[in-house]
Design a protein around this ligand. Structure first.
Ligand SMILES: *Cc1c(COP(=O)(O)O)cnc(C)c1O
Length: 385
């Protein structure tokens, strides 16, 4: 029953890729804490030879994730960056990549400070209009790298429109689906070739593990990525695989609450006298609200806002005054987090460039958790007072 494609998202989240343990009947997938597997005779084994290549706990997780993204294949990596690293290693020197301009900072750092030295060229463009991609395409363009919603100003990029451009030019479309999670958005169904995740965020969901994942429907891409995983060694451990597998079982329930709490907080902030802009794709006047409605199931729990007067000191005061929210990097866990991008996640970007991207001194980013909404709103009210 576990891999029945007819089943709904919640049933797959709990069962896909998993069977009761054949030796004991244990309902939970065992943590196969082993580095190697005994062979019957040289080269004759049960499909497992060495744990960098394959581990049964990891495989259960990979199959569950693939089911949730509507994918044929899944692979898990030691971190989101480990997954991104393997995707770029599909390329060759001279190849070019066109990326979302407000890319996750760690991806930008890896592209510019690691892979640029290996002769891969990265272009960055505002993809809120997918047409902006076309002028950058040349004979060397091999990949589009899309993130949506973007961090931290929640731009929405039309995945299907990007896929149409990618297909027309024989370019791979990669979508970093970390912010949406497979509950809100399934890019493969919209034409993406590869979807990556930082499983550290919503998939794990409990701020207790760092992991990455890649899913695809393409047999050849999967084979190349599995080769890179085994060859380069960014494989996650069995304990971490177990934690994410357990986290996935409540993904749909957690996401429902992230979304309803997110909506209530976005609406609260919008009417607060000290708040200037609120970035959340659920507002009908968000520039790409219609695209968000078309490609997402709901609008998520990520919200950013600025303060009237744009004072760094005032933002800093608010960030230190919260009591239920915690001031921390990362996102997607059950607990609500508050971040100040200008000094935290985006501190390495020069101020003029940062401000052009909307990351002004008073911008505050919230990862709305699944606590009681009244407590979260009361906390923001007292911090903003
Ligand atoms: C966190 C994050 C990553 C990197 O993932 P790690 O698990 O921290 O290596 C990549 N993309 C996005 C959008 C992220 O939020």
């Amino acid at each position: 029953m576990s891999n029945n494609e007819q089943h709904g998202f919640g049933t797959k989240a709990i069962h896909a890729g998993q069977q009761p343990d054949p030796t004991t009947g244990a309902i939970m997938t065992p943590i196969y804490q082993t580095s190697t597997y005994v062979q019957e005779s040289p080269g004759v084994h049960k499909g497992y030879a060495y744990a960098r290549g394959k581990n049964p706990t990891r495989i259960a997780l990979e199959q569950c994730l693939a089911a949730l993204e509507g994918a044929k294949h899944g692979l898990c990596f030691a971190s989101g960056m480990g997954a991104a690293d393997s995707i770029i290693k599909l390329l060759r020197p001279g190849d070019e990549v066109i990326c979302t301009d407000d890319l996750y900072g760690g991806s930008y750092r890896m592209f510019e400070r690691v892979f640029a030295h290996f002769g891969i060229k990265f272009h960055y463009v505002n993809m809120q209009s997918a047409e902006n991609i076309r002028p950058l395409i040349n004979a060397n363009t091999k990949m589009l790298w899309v993130e949506t919603p973007t961090n931290p100003t929640m731009k929405i990029i039309d995945i299907a429109a990007c896929a149409a451009i990618a297909k027309a030019h024989n370019i791979l479309l990669v979508v970093d689906n970390t912010f949406a999670s497979p509950y809100l958005q399934n890019p493969l169904a919209l034409g993406a070739d590869i979807v990556m995740h930082s499983a550290t965020k919503y998939l794990g969901g409990h701020s207790d593990v760092v992991m990455g994942a890649i899913v695809t429907n393409d047999d050849k891409l999967h084979e190349q990525l599995a080769f890179l995983l085994n060859s380069c060694g960014a494989n996650p451990g069995p304990m971490d695989s177990f934690l994410v597998l357990r986290g996935l079982k409540t993904l749909h329930v957690r996401m429902e609450r992230h979304c309803s709490n997110g909506r209530a907080i976005a609406e609260f902030l919008r009417t607060h006298p000290k708040v200037d802009k609120v970035y959340w794709p659920g507002f009908t006047d968000h520039p790409n609200h219609e695209v968000a409605k078309k490609q997402m199931r709901d609008f998520g729990g990520m919200i950013s806002f600025t303060l009237k007067g744009d004072s760094f000191e005032e933002a800093s005061r608010v960030a230190s005054a919260v009591k239920v929210f915690s001031l921390a990097e990362s996102l997607g866990g059950v607990e609500s987090l508050l971040g100040h991008p200008a000094t935290m996640t985006h501190a390495s970007i020069p101020k003029p460039e940062r401000e052009r991207a909307g990351i002004t001194d008073s911008l505050i980013r919230l990862s709305v958790g699944i606590e009681d909404i009244d407590d979260l709103i009361a906390d923001l009210k007292q911090a903003l007072a």
